[in-house]
Design a protein around this ligand. Structure first.
Ligand code: SF4
Length: 468
């Protein structure tokens, strides 16, 4: 409904708790913001594996009966936002297959940039695919591996895939976590009593009362079994490319991602933005919910009051997310309503975390002015988004990204603001704070850390530059 990059997926896994399915269900609740199309859980009890997957939110996908039908002390779960493939039940994860290495289930966050190429090769050699998901490619490679052990077969198959992958895998008696060597997507390790947990964000640990231990490292393969934890780093090291957009928008502010509090980073983005783009104003108003942290930092730094001048209706169902233009336009008003007593006669700094097509911002600026604001100064707590993502985030094509085809002044005119300013790339890097080379910033630079072997021409029309 709002004009944002779409979240990717959430993964969760637990080893060593008799309530594994219930805890995974709770973990998926905490990760719901990462994907709302489908949810699934696979459990194992040392002998048997069982799966339950359904379309919709976690609350819709499971009930007491379906959770009771998932016994076992091991489980993995997944919330899906479809970035590769279509939104349908056959694409809902975790996938569970049986092959010469035994049963294995996989939950994947990310996007494999060479999945199409690998899939074509596999199909030519007789493979039959049941889904349109890139993740199924990995399972075919695993099933075909002649390696003698599960771990070796995983190393063998994962070594052939490229791109972004934070994986939770389950066999009948072990939980395995793998993070790609670039570390695009987060993956945390936690502990609850004797049980071990892996999850996309630490907010899932908080919900079940688990403690954060550390991040799964880029390029790490961690096996958790009755014998304990075994970590190996079998893949060639690659330059770190952690997704900076996790901090800008995706992750929940109560999570720690890539070793830093999302709330702290987001607030700092606002502070830096206030220093870089000062403006005479009376009040700072966030576009809720995602603009709140940055607005707090902006208001602190600018010594302006922060007021909730836009109220979000949290109960708008997905029924409003319809392809028809008429319903979409209505949707913004359903979701956000201005508070006239805060806005009337005020010079307003309107704070948002990102601006993708500009269509929603235009409506919100109009709404704030209609509520009586004398001036609206739009501030965006990240740089202009000029290029799409190929690493597990659903983005419009380059042609649809307003900053790719328009100057800032043209965008200002389009959204109807009195002024418009973005955070600089240097400001973003300074706020994130761990050195320029740690983060992927491709959607702001058009420079891509992992090349695209397939259909390179089509990709390069979208990408400005690929370095690998
Ligand atoms: S292109 Fe943007 S959204 Fe995609 S991984 Fe890089 S920083 Fe994240």
């Amino acid at each position: 409904m709002l004009d944002k990059f779409k979240d990717e997926c959430g993964v969760f896994g637990i080893f060593g708790n008799p309530e594994a399915a219930n805890l995974t269900y709770l973990g998926l609740y905490a990760l719901q913001h990462r994907g709302q199309e489908s949810a699934g859980i696979v459990t194992a009890d040392g002998e048997h594996m069982r799966a339950s997957r359904a379309m919709g939110h976690v609350a819709e996908a499971f009930d007491e009966a379906s959770l009771q039908a998932l016994p076992g002390h091991l489980a993995i779960g997944h919330t899906l936002y479809c970035t590769a493939g279509q939104s349908r039940l056959s694409n809902a994860q975790p996938f569970l297959i049986d092959c010469s290495h035994g049963q294995i289930a996989v939950a994947h966050n990310g996007n494999l940039v060479n999945a199409g190429e690998l899939r074509d090769e596999l199909v030519r050699s007789g493979a039959i695919f049941q889904t349109s998901s890139d993740t199924e490619v990995l399972l075919h490679l695993y099933a075909r591996s002649k390696a003698p052990s599960i771990e070796d077969a995983l190393v063998d198959s994962v070594a052939q895939i490229r791109g972004a992958f934070s994986l939770a895998l389950l066999t009948k008696d072990r939980l395995i976590a793998i993070r790609d060597p670039h570390g695009f997507r987060p993956l945390a390790l936690g502990q609850l009593g004797d049980a071990w947990i892996v999850c996309s964000e630490t907010c899932a640990l908080d919900l079940i009362g688990a403690t954060y231990v550390r991040d799964i490292e880029p390029g790490e393969l961690l096996v958790i079994s009755a014998g304990g934890l075994r970590s190996i780093k079998p893949f060639p090291p690659s330059p770190l490319s952690q997704c900076v957009f996790e901090h800008v928008y995706f992750a929940r502010p109560d999570s720690y991602v890539f070793g830093r509090s999302v709330n702290d980073v987001r607030t700092e983005l606002g502070r830096v933005l206030a220093r870089e783009t000062p403006v005479a104003a009376d009040v700072v108003v966030p576009i809720p919910d995602s603009g709140v942290c940055a607005a707090t930092g902006f208001a602190e730094e600018a010594k302006l009051p922060l007021r909730m001048g836009l109220i979000r209706n949290h109960y708008v169902g997905r029924t409003f997310i319809q392809p028809q233009q008429s319903i979409r336009h209505f949707g913004v008003k359903v979701k956000l309503n201005p508070v006239r007593s805060i806005l009337e006669g005020k010079r307003v700094v309107l704070l948002d975390d990102s601006l993708v097509r500009g269509t929603t911002s235009r409506k919100i600026v109009k709404m704030v002015k209609a509520a009586g604001a004398s001036e609206v100064h739009l501030r965006i707590s990240c740089p202009p988004t000029i290029s799409p993502c190929f690493y597990g985030v659903d983005t419009p094509s380059r042609a649809e990204l307003i900053a790719a085809t328009h100057t800032i002044e043209e965008i200002r005119k389009y959204v109807g603001a009195d002024s418009l300013a973005y955070l600089s790339l240097d400001g973003l890097r300074a706020a994130v704070g761990t050195g320029q080379r740690s983060y992927c910033t491709s959607c702001y630079t058009g420079v891509y850390p992992v090349a695209f072997p397939r259909d390179e021409h089509a990709y390069l029309q979208l990408a400005l530059k690929v370095v690998d």
